[in-house]
Design a protein around this ligand. Structure first.
Ligand SMILES: [Zn+2]
Length: 94
């Protein structure tokens, strides 16, 4: 069995931003291509609309700050329930 060693593995050969989906190796360099999506997951006891994306992403309650390729954006959508749009509506609002 051949194993990866420090001699034959170089971080210099890896560049760009990789899709966060397990076993997906799609990546891009430079600006994010159309069809890719940012995936930002965080915990908050209350909605905090005054926080910027940068504050959320750098906070200790951020669970995931990643990107998905177009194939896995579509696959994620099939796993989530339909909430009638991209944003949830607060409970009790009409
Ligand atoms: Zn992917």
């Amino acid at each position: 069995m051949k194993t990866q060693t420090a001699e034959n593995f170089s971080l210099k050969t890896i560049s760009g931003v990789e899709c966060a989906w397990d076993r997906c190796e799609k990546r891009f360099t430079g600006e994010m291509p159309v069809g890719w999506a940012n995936l930002l997951v965080w915990w908050s006891a209350l909605p905090a609309p005054w926080r910027t994306i940068g504050e959320v992403a750098s906070g200790s309650d951020c669970k995931r700050d990643a990107v998905l390729c177009p194939k896995h954006v579509a696959e994620l959508e099939t796993l989530l329930k339909d909430i009638g749009g991209a944003l949830r509506k607060p409970l009790g609002s009409a």
